[in-house]
Design a protein around this ligand. Structure first.
Ligand code: DP6
Length: 347
């Protein structure tokens, strides 16, 4: 076994968008601004080892200790994309060990957590190898993560993170994520997200194909404009704590995302019958008990059930009793807003 020359290890969380990124141009630039909650328990933990290289570069990837050759092309593509920024990348062989804290088959996108963890590792290794210190370490990592997967650039900070230029967000950029700098209302500081796993397994449309559907989409221009308006409204809601307005905006964003998929050519329905059953249950429960529970969706059938931590006990009892029956194998994952990535012990 060759000697490990350098190594770095980071854990980075997944995130769930409230205003959705859907549509991109150029090299991973967003067609509209978006914002997400960074999660806590759903994360990727990765360790990259740099080994001596002779001849052609070797890249090995291990998922949960098992060699995964199918992951190599994605990593290779990412490394090629960031190569102009890091001379040393071509000088080593790579061995990447990675694991997700959520089941790989759960249908939860691991690209945001996986790519942000890898981006942090690259920045960490750059500092080790060159002795240079990044004064803007997380911003650099966010920029790199974006080149791997757009939504990954929002996983670099805890709490709420936006991505994409927006007049109401100072320092916002197309290039990297920006942590929410307003006066976040306490109700949102520990908001809960229970992911109801309606359909586990791979999605029928990859996000890259999905984003592409916005090119020439008849509603594209209006959508991009509405996303900007929704983000502006959401910034106020995040400060005021108005849960009714929050509910309406977040649910409408989720349904608009799916509406865009249903109205593109080719068209897709990614919701399953149980997705709709759960949505109806959420609406009934909210109406009947006046408890602020709401949903959002990513580009798949799973439902993210969002609620304030003050309602946790009641809502989780209801999930177990009533909603779990609509989940595949009764599976769901209770998570909440998290603090962002952290460095792991390097062994
Ligand atoms: C629906 O970030 O997975 O989850 O940039 O092609 O990797 P790529 O796409 P990706 O798209 C995420 C889309 C979304 C909405 C969101 O997270 O904002």
């Amino acid at each position: 076994m060759s000697e490990v020359l350098f190594r770095a290890a980071w854990a980075s969380p997944s995130n769930i968008a409230l205003v959705k990124y859907w549509g991109k141009y150029g090299i991973q630039l967003p067609s509209n601004p978006s914002i997400s909650f960074t999660l806590s328990e759903c994360r990727t933990e990765s360790r990259l080892e740099l080994l001596p290289k002779s001849g052609e570069q070797q890249i090995e990837v291990f998922l949960d200790g098992e060699k995964k050759d199918s992951f190599v092309p994605k990593i290779e593509k990412f490394l090629q994309r960031i190569a102009p920024e890091f001379d040393w990348l071509s000088e080593f062989n790579f061995r990447l060990h990675t694991r997700n804290t959520f089941p790989h088959s759960s249908g939860i996108a691991s690209s945001a957590s996986g790519m942000s963890a890898l981006a942090l590792i690259i920045c960490d290794l750059h500092e080790q190898i060159t002795g240079e210190r990044f004064s803007d370490f997380h911003r650099r990592a966010s920029h790199l993560a974006r080149l791997g997967s757009g939504s990954a650039c929002r996983s670099l900070y805890g709490g709420l993170v936006s991505w994409g230029e927006h007049a109401a967000i100072a320092g916002s950029s197309q290039d990297y994520g920006t942590p929410f700098a307003g006066n976040l209302h306490p109700v949102f500081q520990d908001f809960q997200d229970c992911i109801l796993l309606v359909h586990q397994g791979t999605k029928s449309v990859s996000s890259t194909v999905g984003h592409d559907l916005m090119n020439g989409h008849p509603f594209a221009e209006k959508r991009f404009e509405l996303a900007g308006q929704n983000l502006a409204s959401l910034l106020n809601i995040l400060e005021s704590g108005d849960l009714e307005a929050f509910t309406q905006l977040v649910e409408s964003e989720a349904l608009m995302l799916h509406g865009l998929m249903m109205s593109s050519i080719p068209y897709f329905i990614l919701m399953k019958p149980n997705t709709l059953k759960i949505i109806e249950k959420i609406w009934d429960y909210r109406k009947q008990y006046g408890i602020p529970v709401l949903f959002t969706l990513d580009a798949g059938a799973n439902v993210h059930l969002l609620y304030p931590s003050s309602e946790k006990a009641k809502v989780e009892a209801w999930i177990e009793a009533e909603l779990s029956g609509y989940c595949e194998n009764k599976a769901y994952i209770c998570d909440q807003v998290g603090k962002g990535p952290f460095r792991l012990n390097n062994d």
